[in-house]
Design a protein around this ligand. Structure first.
Ligand SMILES: [Zn+2]
Length: 64
């Protein structure tokens, strides 16, 4: 099974709400991108690591 899209959950570092983000695995095994929180609209940096089994880790931190 090799889905090209994965849904990840990260916790906003500002308002601590859980946010669902859909990512595309064809973008690379390690992805880092800016994302505006859907709840508080502040910008965070999301880092996602993908492995053969899917999402290995996903985290968000304050954009510096
Ligand atoms: Zn937020």
């Amino acid at each position: 099974m090799s889905d090209l899209q994965h849904d990840i959950n990260v916790t906003c570092p500002f308002c601590f709400e859980t946010i669902d983000i859909r990512i595309d695995s064809t973008e690379g095994a390690r992805q880092s991108f800016s994302y505006d929180c859907e709840v508080c609209c502040r910008p965070m940096t999301v880092t996602v690591v993908l492995g053969g089994e899917g999402v290995v880790s996903a985290e968000a931190r304050e954009e510096s």
